[in-house]
Design a protein around this ligand. Structure first.
Ligand code: NAD
Length: 362
């Protein structure tokens, strides 16, 4: 039975990087006989330009029916003056909530050859491979009560960090499932020494862990986790944490790798259906110049094969091909170091072609 992917190229460099991801999918279909079908829809600013809506009903229905979604990036300065509810980001928020995408996976992987791009010493980060799972639809960003109100003659701002047992249970389960597919080590990050919500978080994570005896579970306070991420980041395999803590820690982890053009991500629902996208935005400053690095999007295809489409061999093939082109010295502008003498400087489509050549000779 074939698996169906909805492709949303989006805005700015979105269509350029998505062309390269599509080439990779075509190779898997044509050379490896993977039963994948695709359909493409305008999304974000591109959809607003055509229809006046960033997410059309037709695209939403197609996304609901699909097995997986692949998104380029959305947004651009020309939409800053559009009505607030018609802006590209609104389309993305609506899509995430309509599909119930509550588990955000952000890998931080640093190829040894790119270790110089990191802000940390290369001996600390070379070969880094960690995964941060952030709860995406609960916690302090959504908790009630919230607002700014008058108390005792002055204004106070209020937000509420709230998690139900079922919300904690499903993100914990997601964490254990991901850990089972990796090195079987899960670190749950909380602030249980101060916050009751974290006390409950820890209790539920421990309980869910009873069903995963093979996974080594540890707990860490968020302040220590921030410190450990910059002190000894390779100690982690999978980190699972709440919305607020994950927002902060995943950006810190991304910086450890040095280049935003290399980082894929995923947002999953209860059944493992997911939307896969590069971490970066639509980069309007380089759109149309051929400088966009397509590897984050190609690695998003790899994640989609692994975590939603259940095709680990194909996922390995894509990931190994990316590792090979980096090893062979292919570099887009964003990952070209200061010493470019030994490197093969390439544009967006040449990088895609190099990945395909690596896939076909593996
Ligand atoms: P950005 O990630 O688009 O760009 C930041 C910097 O990184 C720029 O200098 C850009 O040229 C560079 N860059 C990004 N991706 C690259 C790639 N693949 N290859 C080479 N260089 C790359 O962030 P921004 O400039 O803050 O935002 C631009 C637009 O993207 C805004 O409209 C923003 O709202 C939107 N955005 C969208 C998403 C998304 O679609 N999920 C995420 C973040 C930002």
């Amino acid at each position: 039975m074939s698996q169906h992917i909805v492709i949303l190229p989006g805005d700015g460099i979105g269509p350029e990087i998505m062309n390269e991801a599509q080439k990779v999918i075509d190779v898997l279909v044509n050379d490896d006989a993977l039963a994948l079908t695709t359909e493409t829809h305008a999304f974000g600013g591109a959809a607003y330009d055509i229809s006046g809506e960033p997410l059309t009903e037709e695209a939403l229905q197609a996304c609901k029916k699909a097995d997986a979604l692949l998104l380029g990036a959305i947004g651009g300065p020309q939409y800053d003056t559009a009505p607030r509810d018609k802006r590209p980001e609104r389309g993305l928020l609506k899509l995430r909530s309509e599909l119930g995408l509550f588990s955000n996976l952000r890998p931080a992987l640093l190829y040894p050859e790119l270790a110089d791009a990191s802000s940390l010493k290369s001996e600390l980060v070379a070969g880094l491979d960690l995964m941060i799972l952030r709860e995406l639809t609960g916690g302090i960003y959504f908790g009630e009560p919230r607002g700014i109100e008058e108390r005792n003659g002055q204004r106070v701002g209020v937000n509420t960090m709230v998690y139900s047992e079922s919300e904690i249970e499903r993100i914990a389960r997601s964490g254990f499932e991901i850990a089972m597919q990796r090195d079987k080590r899960l670190c749950s990050v909380d602030k249980a020494n101060v916050l009751e919500v974290s006390e409950l978080w820890r209790e539920i994570v421990v309980k869910v862990g009873e069903s995963y005896p093979e996974v080594e579970l540890s707990h860490m306070y968020v302040d220590n986790a921030a410190m450990q991420l910059v002190r000894q980041p390779r100690q982690f395999d999978v980190i699972v944490t709440s919305n607020l803590f994950g927002d902060i820690l995943s950006d810190a982890a991304a910086m450890l790798t040095g280049s935003i053009g290399m980082l894929p991500s995923a947002s999953l629902d209860d059944n493992g259906k997911g939307m896969y996208e590069p971490v970066h935005g639509s980069a309007p400053d380089i759109a149309g110049t051929g400088q966009a690095n397509p590897l984050a999007t190609i690695l998003s295809v790899g994640m989609m094969l692994r975590y939603t489409l259940n095709q680990p061999a194909a996922a390995n093939k894509v990931e190994l091909a990316v590792a090979k082109v980096i090893k062979e010295g292919y570099r887009c502008a964003d990952i070209a170091g200061s010493d470019t003498s030994a490197e093969k400087q390439v544009n967006t489509s040449q990088m895609g072609d190099a990945v395909i050549a690596a896939m076909q000779t593996s």
